[in-house]
Design a binder for this molecule. Structure first.
Ligand SMILES: [Zn+2]
Length: 341
């Protein structure tokens, strides 16, 4: 099939694959997937209210389940939207900084030549990173709640502008909006820091090297076999180092976004401790998949987050992003209430 001509087919296949990766495969499960678009949290609240009125008319068991999923969806979209808004303003700030830094070192004649200026900016690594991050964050987002017994939350480069969360994440770990904000902040941070692409390109180049070695080997594979053994361990060593760094920086930016989005970062950090303890008690890494896959939550990461929360908390952003967000959501709520009355 020519996917380039059928972008919708490709998107729905990718979505199917994504759902399958967290065990959502049956048509019954797929029907229970809830999708909210950015800004829809207000409608969800209204839906929730009318749901409550309908309560008497329904049998309790199915109502409770539906109602609980709606609350999860409402929380996901409201927290998700605040994190996305915080991410956008962070990226905008970094891009402005990068452009300012790059242009400050250019001679005045370059600044007057628009074509040349863009060409040079495009070649600047920092500017490039934040331009890409901007593409990843600008535009309307979707929040997707998947019925699944695997606790997980993730964003993906191949299905952009979407935050995926499983119902089990709420049932297992998430007990407050603060905790949800930190988990989503961490996942969105991987995306804006370009970790998805970096990881893909690292893996691709290692594979290319392997294939090249095999095709060049005059000993019909014997040499390559020995070499490949070394390469595999090298690859996992680089992979581990790579991901530890990535996790650390996603934790750091994640907690910052959580603070910018007005959530209590200290209280939020507790979710990392819960996930760590869950791993310790079960004696293995839980099937967190995309969520903290390469470097599971540890006590060390939890303590680092607690320490960070002294600095990164809503007080720091009271004058800027946090206050703006509060106003946006407060105004929207007011409008919603006026509309109904
Ligand atoms: Zn991570």
């Amino acid at each position: 099939m020519d996917y380039a001509r059928e972008p919708e087919t490709m998107q729905s296949r990718l979505l199917d694959t994504t759902l399958a990766s967290v065990g959502c495969t049956s048509s019954e499960d797929k029907e229970r997937v809830l999708i909210a678009y950015e800004g829809e949290w207000r409608n969800l609240l209204a839906k929730l209210r009318s749901d409550l009125k309908l309560r008497h008319a329904q049998d309790d068991a199915s109502y409770d389940q539906k109602h609980r999923r709606m609350v999860m969806m409402h929380n996901s979209s409201i927290v998700g939207e605040k994190i996305v808004k915080a991410a956008r303003s962070y990226v905008k700030e970094k891009l402005t900084e990068a452009v300012r830094e790059a242009t400050s070192q250019m001679p005045p004649e370059v600044l007057e030549d628009e074509m040349l200026l863009y060409e040079l900016l495009e070649r600047n690594e920092e500017v490039n990173l934040w331009t890409k991050a901007r593409r990843h964050t600008e535009g309307p987002w979707q929040f997707i709640l998947i019925p699944s017994s695997l606790p997980n939350a993730f964003v993906s480069e191949i299905l952009p502008h979407r935050i995926f969360i499983t119902t089990s994440l709420f049932e297992t770990f998430i007990e407050s909006q603060d905790e949800l904000a930190l988990v989503l902040g961490h996942e969105v941070s991987h995306l804006i820091l370009g970790h998805h692409s970096a990881r893909n390109s690292l893996e691709t180049s290692m594979r290319t090297l392997e294939i090249l070695m095999l095709s060049l080997d005059p000993t019909d594979g014997l040499l390559s076999l020995a070499f490949m053994g070394g390469l595999v361990s090298l690859r996992s060593a680089i992979g581990a180092l790579h991901s530890r760094d990535h996790e650390r920086s996603a934790d750091e930016l994640g907690i910052r976004l959580t603070a910018m989005a007005c959530y209590d970062t200290r209280a939020a950090s507790h979710v990392f401790y819960k996930m760590h303890m869950h791993n310790v008690e079960s004696g293995r890494d839980v099937g967190l998949g995309g969520l903290f896959d390469s470097h599971p939550p540890s006590e060390e990461r939890y303590l680092a987050l607690i320490k960070e929360s002294d600095e990164e908390n809503p007080t720091k952003y009271e004058e800027s992003s946090c206050a703006n967000l509060k106003k946006i959501f407060f105004d929207a709520l007011k409008k919603g209430d006026d509309g109904r009355s």
